[in-house]
Each structure stands twice: as structure tokens, then as C-alpha cells.
Design a protein around this ligand. Structure first.
Ligand SMILES: [Zn+2]
Length: 315
């Protein structure tokens, strides 16, 4: 089942921006079954890497692009922002980061893809960064930089001193909350900034906190992190029913938060983003899930973006 050696994933992250290509995420998903059967991943054409998140969100806020960013913002997202929001900067943003939800997990629960798209309709095919380990990936997502640039090259979790998306938004007087499971990578590596940090016991507490903060309607950016699927995949087959149930809970959490955001933030241009860090594969020795290799299961994923324009206040 585990496949390797696909040319696409041998591409170094710093070359991704040089080969931006028109991609059809829908086609990529439809042909997912074929990839499994034929070992040909050529139909998955990434629009860039996960590091596109930082410049894209910065641009949506009309903030400066973080200095480490090596890729341009995602053009299709900016086009929709121009059309839907008339190019006016967003004032509210939810970034929901479920750990380890790669492209291949959607094969066993395809209906979730449509469910997510109901609240974030742009599905962008992307590659993770090497090695696809959680702190390496989130550092790239929120700095826009390569691992060699932000300095997290393996599973280690120092406080990042380089410029992040959060820093450019703080300079633009934006209020930021990070809601994460206690002692997770996201909980640790973006510390020591003027951010409200909510360090919760587990995913359900993260969900409750995120809903409360959205209802308070005082943050420009709320980053929400959950990890149950990643926890389970390391002890089980990542494509098992048990793991699928955790995926379902992540999707349901996103939908619950997104519905609340759509209601509470209706007076503001806003963006709702579903942004995992990497995928996972089955380790042939243990039969359990793992990640960290340059293979499609670990590297290929989608980010979803939804842009909503402010609606007139009620009454
Ligand atoms: Zn993991």
C-alpha cells in the first residue's frame, strides 16, 4: 500500500514556486483511487506548498508579507477575494488546523470533502514540507518559509524568533488568539508574542473555547488546532474506522465553528480556512500510521479557503 519515489515529491520546497501550475483539485480527488492502483501521482498537481498560507492570509488582511515567505499568495484565493469582497481587506479570519489530514484520508470518507466545501469552497492542492513533521510544517505555514529558513528541521519545538504571520498582523494592530491542545506544537512555537494563548486539555475543550471567542467577536485572527486523528493514527491503521471517526469529529468541529463564525462575523469581511499540516502512511513494520517521509501519503494535502463579504447589520 505504501508507495514512494513519485517525482513530484522529490521536488525541493524551494523549487515549488518555480513550477506553479494550473491545478484542478476536483480532478485530483476524482483520480485519487487511480493513484492507489497505479502508483502514478502525476495527476496531483500542487499549486504550491503549505507555506502559501502565510502570504495568502497576510494579503487578505492587506498586511505585509512575512519576510521569510518564498511563495506568492494563492492566486485563485485572491481572485475570489477580489470578486466576493471587492478586494476590501478581511477583518476576521478562522484558521482551523487539524493535525495529519492528508489527501489520502479523504479517500475513505469522501463525503467530508463536500461538507468542508460548504463553508470553504476553494480546495487548493498543496504539498507539505520536508520532513512532514508537525512543528516543521506549522513553522512553514505561519512563516511562509522553508524549514532551512525558519530553523525547525525536525521534531523539535523552540519558540520561533523569526517573523511570522502573527508578527505582521500584530504590527497592523490585529488581535490574535491561538486555541490549541496543551503542549502541542502550535501551543509552543509561537509563544512570547502579544497573542492571547488558550492552552486547552483536548480537542473538545478547544472547540468550546473557539466558539466562545468567536461569539466575543473581538479577534481578527483565531487559529484553532486539534490533534485526535494524529494521536490515533500513531497507534492504529491511519485509514481504519477508528481513525475515520476522529476525522469525522475534526470535520464536525470545523463545521460547528464555521457556522458560528458565519453568523457572529456577518458584519465583517471574513475568511474561513481549513488547513492541515501533513498526511500519513502505514508503516509496514508496525502496521500503524506514521509520517515524515517524502511520499504522497505524507506530502499531498488540500487547504480549503472560504471568503465571505460583510452583510448589512440586522434591523
Ligand atoms: Zn503525528
Amino acid at each position: 500500500m505504501v508507495v514512494s519515489g513519485f517525482g513530484m515529491n522529490k521536488m525541493k520546497p524551494n523549487l515549488i514556486s518555480q513550477r506553479l501550475q494550473k491545478a484542478d483539485a476536483c480532478e485530483a480527488l476524482v483520480t485519487l483511487e487511480t493513484h492507489y492502483m497505479t502508483n502514478e501521482a502525476s495527476n496531483f498537481i500542487a499549486e504550491g506548498s503549505i507555506a502559501t498560507l502565510a502570504p495568502t492570509v497576510a494579503r487578505l488582511f492587506a498586511a505585509a508579507i512575512p519576510t521569510l515567505a518564498i511563495e506568492p499568495p494563492i492566486e485563485s484565493v485572491l481572485e475570489v477575494h477580489n470578486r466576493v469582497g471587492c478586494g476590501e481587506p478581511i477583518e476576521r479570519c478562522l484558521i482551523f488546523c487539524p493535525d495529519a489530514l492528508g489527501l489520502h484520508i479523504w479517500r475513505s470518507c469522501m463525503s467530508h470533502v463536500d461538507t468542508i466545501a460548504e463553508h470553504a469552497d476553494m480546495r487548493i492542492p498543496l504539498l507539505s514540507v520536508m520532513p512532514p513533521k508537525t512543528p516543521v510544517c506549522f513553522a512553514s505555514m505561519f512563516t511562509g518559509g522553508r524549514p532551512a529558513d525558519h530553523g525547525i528541521l525536525k521534531y523539535e519545538r523552540p519558540v520561533l524568533r523569526c517573523e511570522t504571520l502573527f508578527d505582521v498582523l500584530l504590527r497592523a494592530n490585529k488581535n490574535i488568539a491561538i486555541v490549541a491542545v496543551n503542549n502541542s506544537s502550535i501551543d509552543l512555537i509561537f509563544r512570547e508574542r502579544n497573542i492571547e494563548y488558550y492552552s486547552e486539555q483536548y480537542d473538545e475543550d478547544v472547540l468550546v473555547r473557539a466558539l466562545d471567542l468567536i461569539k466575543e467577536n473581538r479577534h481578527h485572527l483565531i487559529l484553532v488546532y486539534q490533534q485526535e486523528y494524529d494521536d490515533l493514527l500513531h497507534r492504529n491503521d491511519p485509514f481504519s474506522e477508528l481513525c475515520n471517526q476522529a476525522v469525522t469529529r475534526h470535520v464536525q468541529s470545523f463545521i460547528t465553528i464555521a457556522k458560528t463564525a458565519l453568523s457572529e462575523w456577518r458584519g465583517h469581511n471574513n475568511a474561513l480556512i481549513f488547513a492541515p499540516d501533513h498526511g500519513a502512511h502505514i508503516d509496514s513494520a508496525s502496521g500503524h500510521g506514521d509520517h515524515g517521509m517524502d511520499i504522497p501519503e505524507d506530502m499531498q494535502l488540500f487547504h480549503w479557503y472560504g471568503i465571505n463579504s460583510a452583510r448589512m447589520k440586522d434591523g
